[in-house]
Write a protein that binds this ligand. Structure first.
Ligand SMILES: Cc1cc2nc3c(=O)[nH]c(=O)nc-3n(C[C@H](O)[C@H](O)[C@H](O)COP(=O)(O)OP(=O)(O)OC[C@H]3O[C@@H](n4cnc5c(N)ncnc54)[C@H](O)[C@@H]3O)c2cc1C
Length: 438
């Protein structure tokens, strides 16, 4: 067996990226992917999704040397464009500095680039149509659906939210595992371009917040928008109850009247595109001994409402790469330190992502939320580096998520105190803030 070989499971977003980091250390990397090569086949409709890329993801893309190419695929979004029921829109900026924007990118294009760049290293091979069905972690064998059986020294599971390697780690250890279903699902829809122009403003992430559910739209390079409808799976207004053309029309007429005319294929797409389910995964630890580790969604699948799943997965690769450098290829120490130091960050972003769903679908258009955002920006201006809004710490800094979570909790206490004194968020009692900062 090649002692210099590392096996990765999954050629999604984090697999090829981690592969490139490993190849830069001189390792040969074999990646096994259950799907066929998406560069040769069209990806299935309703699963093309674009993603919000921010600083943590950008850091990793820069470190592996492919950001200059990826930059040509991204579109800046400088805030949330809120659409109310009457069709009125208002922009809520993400941050106060000009570089505080997030970027829309096509998942498929990014994935294709990562796979090609990985193969170009000459040290990485991707084996498609290899669905891992069993991992014998004690005897170091992996078995695939095509009966291919391979041995390994070190395996990293980048096999996403339904990870098979995760199941094997759980059954071989006393790892603590919790899958928390959200009870809400999602469906992808498309606003096409019109005369080669965007139908709505491309410089924002659009949200139609409707209390218990919401629609969002992110721009694409071809001047279309990918929309995602997030809604309960069951209940009065839910995916369960909207089953035919009339019900789709009623839903959109009642809650998204301005969107009806933007999506000519609404009914067909709604009834034919799959409904995805959402859940958060909490696991501790993320490794087995010195031989198996999980990264990305396999370790910490989260709901998509902070736009951080991919960014967190890419940050895993950055953190793991640092540990490889400091621990000099001692996989036992690298893996145990990765779990010990980083699991709490996975749990923190999982929690913050759930909280952000309520913010996006409900609070975002409420007076109290608007006052709070106003106050957050004012505090950040008056107390630079001491007060940074939680959204900015998540999206525009690389601080560990657990630190962001804890700092955010303290800041919310301060915000609530100040809002009790002035609910409009227009004035700041400096004594209270100074006391808090001390
Ligand atoms: C609706 C939605 C919107 C999102 N929006 C954002 C966003 O705006 N920003 C953001 O940062 N993140 C977002 N995410 C999250 C992001 O998509 C994931 O966090 C990211 O894809 C995780 O990367 P990964 O490599 O861990 O897993 P994946 O990208 O899912 O890759 C896993 C790979 O493993 C393969 N695989 C699975 N099982 C096996 C097996 N048994 N054998 C071999 N191969 C296998 C799969 O085919 C796949 O190619 C969103 C997710 C969803 C669902």
């Amino acid at each position: 067996m090649d002692q210099n070989k590392i096996v990765l499971i999954g050629a999604g977003l984090s697999g090829p990226l981690m592969g490139i980091y490993l190849s830069q250390h001189g390792f040969n990397v074999d990646i096994y992917e259950k799907r066929s090569d998406m560069r040769l086949n069209d990806i299935s409709a309703g699963r093309s999704i674009n993603l919000a890329l921010s600083i943590r993801g950008i850091r990793a893309l820069k470190e592996i040397g492919i950001y200059s190419e990826i930059k040509t695929l991204i579109m800046p979004m400088n805030g949330r464009m809120i659409h109310d029921l009457s069709g009125e829109t208002s922009l809520q900026p993400y941050g106060q500095k000009t570089n505080e924007v997030i970027y829309s990118i096509s998942r498929a294009e990014l994935n294709k680039q990562l796979m090609s760049k990985a193969e170009e290293t000459g040290k990485i091979r991707i084996f498609f149509d290899h669905d891992l069905i069993e991992a014998d972690l004690n005897n170091k064998f992996l078995l695939f659906n095509n009966q291919n059986k391979i041995s390994f020294n070190t395996v990293i599971g980048c096999d996403g939210s339904s990870s098979v390697l995760r199941d094997e780690i759980i059954s071989n250890t006393s790892a603590k595992y919790l899958k928390k279903p959200l009870g809400h699902g999602y469906k992808e829809l498309t606003i096409p371009s019109f005369s080669n122009k965007f139908k709505i403003d491309p410089r924002a992430l659009h949200i139609w917040p409707r209390g218990n559910f919401m629609l969002i739209a992110l721009p694409n390079m071809d001047k279309s928008f990918t929309c995602t409808l997030f809604m309960p799976l069951k209940g009065e207004t839910s995916f369960e109850t909207i089953k035919n053309n009339n019900e789709v029309t009623n839903l959109f007429k009642t809650y998204f009247p301005d969107v009806l005319e933007l999506i000519p294929t609404l009914h067909f797409d709604f009834l034919n595109n799959p409904t995805g389910e959402l859940a958060s995964i909490y696991l501790n630890p993320w490794h087995f001994d010195d031989r198996a580790l999980l990264i990305g969604d396999a370790a910490h699948a989260i709901v998509p409402f902070f736009g951080q799943g991919m960014n967190a997965s890419f940050q895993d690769c950055t953190v793991l790469n640092k540990l490889i450098n400091t621990e000099k290829y001692d996989w036992g120490r690298i893996f145990s330190r990765f779990s010990k130091e980083h699991v709490k960050n996975g749990h923190a972003i999982a929690d913050m992502a759930i909280e952000n769903y309520e913010e996006m679908r409900d609070s975002v258009n409420k007076i109290k939320f608007k006052a709070q955002r106003k106050l957050e920006f004012a505090l950040e201006k008056q107390f630079p580096n001491k007060f940074i809004p939680r959204y900015s710490m998540v999206s525009f800094s690389e601080k560990p998520y657990s630190e962001v979570y804890n700092k955010g909790e303290k800041q919310y206490k301060l915000l609530n105190k100040l809002l009790e004194i002035d609910p409009s968020g227009s004035s700041i009692d400096k004594n209270i803030v100074n006391k808090f900062i001390k």
